[in-house]
Structures are given as structure tokens and as C-alpha cells.
Design a protein around this ligand. Sequence first.
Ligand SMILES: NC(=O)c1ccc[n+]([C@@H]2O[C@H](COP(=O)([O-])OP(=O)(O)OC[C@H]3O[C@@H](n4cnc5c(N)ncnc54)[C@H](OP(=O)(O)O)[C@@H]3O)[C@@H](O)[C@H]2O)c1
Length: 291
Amino acid sequence: MRILITGGSGQVGTALRRSAPDGALLRAPPSKDLDIRSAASVKAAFSAWRPDLVVNAAAYTQVDRAEEETDLAMRVNASGAGNLAEACAARGCPLIHLSTDYVFDGRKRGPYLEDDPPAPLNAYGLSKLQGERAVRGNLEEHLILRVSWVFGATGSNFVKTMTSLSERDEVRVVDDQHGTPCAAHGIAAAIWRIAGQKARPSGTYHFASAPVTTWYEFARATFASLREADPNARTPVLVPIPTAERPTAAERPLNSVLDGAKLQADFGIPPADWRVELDATVRQLVRNERT
Ligand SMILES: NC(=O)c1ccc[n+]([C@@H]2O[C@H](COP(=O)([O-])OP(=O)(O)OC[C@H]3O[C@@H](n4cnc5c(N)ncnc54)[C@H](OP(=O)(O)O)[C@@H]3O)[C@@H](O)[C@H]2O)c1
């Protein structure tokens, strides 16, 4: 199977490249060679590789900066997704497209289901929602996988930010936003499992993990993992604060919890325990630091 991956240098893209199943022929051009904002660039990549499946892990992911660079976020996350969907439709190949918990406003009590009404609070979330609509509108054979709070040993993410602050005396972390962290390699494993099914992918799914946590609790767990991986590591005093004390350019949902029951029922992919994946990630970060 010939697979085209966009965003191959990102967190999920890297995990996808590193965990590709035997027999998968991958092409993951850098964004300078395949810029999804350009329909011509997308078309050229399709002509060159003739994919049987496309996985779109490319995105503009700077949530706060998107408030200012809204046009850029829209061109990558909305038009870019649309360009890929149109090219897939022309070629007759399916698209697995990644989206986000930030399509929701977080006001629901309890985990979000796939057909709960989206209502993004920020420009990034709106751009991702427009991307979902562009995919659904242009291509029948699509699977949209919404993920949340992505972390891993590569790229920029909360776990890496926290470990980089480990020498500080005190770190204040928001404790009223609830969600479920998702390991990039867990998302990649789910995508490869979906891609390996005989049935053509279709519909919208939530990738969930467990247990539900807050950024503060996630930070606590990160530093506990760090102390376990490196008994000499210094870790800061953690102070829980409300979102109101840490204003950001982009408003974030207080409830980002996704319900993964549909993914489990249709694909046999159960929610992962992010604490196990966090331990492995922090051990990898400590190893990277030592080499
Ligand atoms: N990170 C999170 O916490 C989070 C949460 C929920 C959902 N998601 C979604 O999960 C998916 C993967 O996120 P991630 O964290 O792996 O992203 P990431 O690490 O920020 O990587 C983004 C990737 O997109 C590429 N890219 C950006 N603009 C592009 C363009 N115009 N054309 C082609 N490629 C372009 C980047 O390439 P360059 O490096 O060359 O720019 C990079 O490879 C995205 O759909 C994101 O919206 C992420």
C-alpha cells in the first residue's frame, strides 16, 4: 500500500513514520516540498506518489498565535485539508484526517461524543472545524480522528515544556481545564490499525485516553515520572491555579474530554492509559538528555 503522510516532521507524523507496518510504502515530504495550502503542490505530490491512502497529520498548531495569524491557520487547517480531500476524491483514495477536541466549547458535562455540536472558542478550533467540514464535503471515503493534548518525546508539547522547567523552584499550572493526554505513538498505532482494516474508513471518531486529568495533575505526573527516571532530577513545587489567573490569547475549553467508545466498538481500539505512556516518554527524554 502506497501511503502519503503530510506533516511527517510533526509529533504524530514522526510517530507514524517510525511505526509504519511492514509492507507500507511511505512518502512523507517536508512542508517545503508539499505545502498543503497549495492545490498545485498537493496535486504534484499525488502525481509523483500515486497514494492508495493519505494521512493528514499536517496542521497549524500554534493555538495562541492563531488568534493573530488566523488567515494562515485557516489556509493550512481548512483550505489545506480541503485540497487534500479534493485530491483524494479525484484519485479515489481515502483520507485519514486528524482533528481536535478544540472544536468543542467545553461547556458539556461529561465526555464529548462524535456528534455533539461543535462550537469552537478560538481561531485554531474554528480552523480545524472548517477543515473537518472541507473533508466531509469533498470526500466520502474519509475518517476524521479527533485527538487531544498530544505529547511525545519529539516536537513541542506540555510534557517537554514541563521537563524543561524542572530546575525552577516553583511552577504554576492551570487546574480547571479537564482532558485526556494522548501519546503521539498511541495515535499513530490507532491510525495504522484503522488503515489495516479491510473496510474503507468513514466517519468521525474520538481517540480517548484515561484517566481524565487536568494540566496541573498532568504536570504532577510528569515530574513524578521524571523523579523515577532520574532520581537526581530536581523538580519544582507545583501550584494549581485557575485559568483566570493565566490569561492566554486563545480561550480554551474547560472540558476537553473525548469519549472513545465508538473507536473501541468499530475498530477495537480501547482508550490507552496515558500514565504508562507518560513514563515511557519521560524515560526517553532523560535518555535523550544523557546522549
Ligand atoms: N498538539 C496537540 O496537542 C494537538 C491536540 C489536538 C489535536 N491535534 C491535531 O493533531 C494533528 C497532529 O498534530 P501535531 O501535534 O503532530 O502537530 P505538530 O507537531 O505541530 O506538526 C505539524 C506538522 O504540520 C506541518 N505543516 C505545517 N504547515 C504545513 C503546510 N502548509 N503544509 C504541509 N505541512 C505543514 C509541519 O511541518 P513543518 O515543521 O515543516 O512546518 C509539521 O510537520 C494536527 O491535526 C493537530 O491539529 C494536536
